[in-house]
Design a protein around this ligand. Structure first.
Ligand code: FAD
Length: 482
């Protein structure tokens, strides 16, 4: 502590005096797991890590931070991957981990609603819902690690967006500790409430820059009693998109997932050494993993099989899982691809979106540009078709030097983002802006958007102590990539 600059020592002394015992971590060893994200690519040097046990603790913490101008960054499960949830690499920020605020506060199978604290792991919140025969339909690969506050702060999507919408569509209310320590109680489970501004929407997707979310009320849905999974092989992304539009109509909008995977992704999963086998009788350029779910007296399997049978002009080959275990094996292909795509090394992640109707042209154009300028790079392509979201990740050739990797990442990202711009898409459809996408975001944002966003930031956080340098980046520089 003595090696710290006097201002940091003063900050720590003020926090230690005000907070109950056992909340602050200050040694490098204790703070290690709060300093690096899920990918290992983004790191930070926190001044301290605060782990509040109650909303009052968060309020006390923010009151002191506001008074003393101590910068903070709220942290969930560290799966956001844009350098937003780790402290700034140059030091000085206090990380606020919400991990101890993790309780279910209430749940009602009549309201079809639950109130859960921000530090609850998403999978645990889903289990709470299931225990009441309901479903919280936020579903994706990181659900065993990410936390509710992070999901709200990034407006998380996932496999089920095509049926239930994003987190924004599912949040009924929020409780938020503001930058000056006041608690805003916007927690309610009302379906309809038109009393003035819908303030909760400002915090959803705000990446910790406007307040610390401490609890959220969510819409729930009846838990499906039937789930059917199929994997199909197709000739092109264009055919996949035609299949998507048809499937939504002909399966009575019962689809809960429609995941596009180009062949390269299947190869990655099969070569990962986990014993996965070629899933269909031959290799196809494009695959789609389809899930449909329903409750009640619907013959879901017949609907899906009839649909796929009738779609023979598009579907070249396919399998409908005959058991839960087989369905899990099909999903494992996708999970394995995501987890092993970098082969243990660094790779460029992008999470872009375009209008759904343009997705096929977008993928064709982008892969064409990448192949022309960087044939040596492997482009891994997959996405949640239902939200027009596609990942085009770039894996560098083996034995590339760090400098060559940096150059490749910069050039390929520029190519991808340029095509996104041509299709009026978004350079960040999932992970947010954080610090990593900040320049690309600011370069594209129009003046009016930036003016409104800047005024909101000033109103909620006049001293710029909340996640400063993320999204708008007024005071910090971009950085933190190891
Ligand atoms: P963190 O990474 O800890 O934080 C993310 C942001 O939220 C930061 O800005 C942080 O400061 C802020 N924050 C965290 N908690 C709070 C709080 N209580 N109050 C205010 N701000 C807070 N995302 C998708 O949308 N769809 C996907 O399909 C998807 N798939 C993924 C698959 C994998 C394998 C991985 C690693 C990530 C995936 N993601 C996906 C991205 C990521 O999981 C989500 O963005 C997730 O919502 C982040 O939650 P977290 O708890 O890990 O947040």
């Amino acid at each position: 502590m003595n090696a710290l600059p006097p201002s940091d020592r003063k900050s720590l002394a003020a926090l230690t005096a005000a907070l109950p015992e056992g909340i602050l971590l200050t040694t490098e060893a204790d703070m290690g797991s709060y300093s690096r994200d899920w990918s290992g690519d983004h790191f930070g040097r926190p001044l301290a890590v605060a782990r509040p046990r109650t909303v009052e603790d968060v309020s006390t913490l923010m009151t002191i931070c506001f008074r003393e101008c101590i910068p903070v960054v709220p942290q969930g499960g560290l799966t956001g991957l844009v350098g937003a949830a780790v402290a700034a690499p140059q030091g000085g920020e206090v990380v606020i981990s919400l991990e101890r605020l993790n309780k279910l506060r209430s749940i009602s199978a009549i309201d079809f609603a639950m109130v859960v604290e921000a530090g609850c792991i998403l999978e645990q919140a889903k289990n709470f819902a299931e225990a009441h025969d309901c479903v919280l339909p936020i579903t994706f690969g990181a659900q065993g690690s990410c936390r509710i506050g992070g999901n709200v702060a990034t407006n998380a999507g996932g496999f089920n967006v095509l049926r239930y919408g994003m987190t924004r569509d599912l949040v009924l209310g929020l409780e938020v500790v503001l930058g000056d320590g006041r608690v805003w109680n916007g927690l309610k489970v009302l379906r309809k409430d038109n009393r003035g501004y819908d303030l909760k929407q400002l915090f959803i997707g705000s990446e910790g820059t406007l307040g610390i979310i401490t609890a959220a009320a969510f819409k729930l849905f009846p838990r499906p009693t039937q789930v059917e999974t199929a994997l199909v092989g197709l000739r092109s992304v264009e055919d996949a998109m035609s299949l998507y539009a048809r499937a939504r109509r002909e399966c009575s909008d019962l689809l809960t997932a429609f995941e596009l995977i180009l062949r390269g992704g299947i190869d990655i999963a099969l070569n990962a050494g986990t014993g996965l086998k070629e899933p269909l009788s031959a290799r196809y350029p494009v695959y789609v993993l389809i899930e449909a779910s329903a409750g009640g007296r619907v013959n879901l399997k017949a609907i899906l099989e009839d649909f796929l049978g009738d779609a023979g002009d598009l579907v070249v080959d396919g399998v409908v899982a005959s058991s839960k275990a087989q369905a899990e094996r099909l999903w494992l292909l996708r999970e394995t691809m995501v987890e092993t795509q970098g082969g243990g090394g660094r790779y460029l992640r992008t999470d872009v979106s375009v209008p759904i109707s343009k997705l096929a042209d977008f993928v064709t154009d982008t892969l064409g540009e990448l192949a022309k300028h960087h044939p040596e790079a492997l482009a891994v392509t997959y996405g949640h078709v239902g939200d027009g979201n596609v990942h085009l990740n770039i894996v560098p050739p083996h034995n590339s030097t760090p400098d060559a990797i940096e150059a490749l990442f910069h050039e390929t990202e520029t190519i991808i983002f340029d095509v996104v711009d041509r299709y009026s898409g978004s350079i960040s459809a999932e992970h947010g802006i954080g610090r990593v996408k900040q320049k690309a975001f600011l370069d594209r944002a129009d003046k009016v958007t930036l003016d409104i966003a800047g005024r909101l930031k000033d109103a909620f956080d006049p001293k710029h102590i909340l996640s400063d340098g993320r999204i708008l980046g007024t005071h910090s520089s971009i950085g933190g990539i190891a």
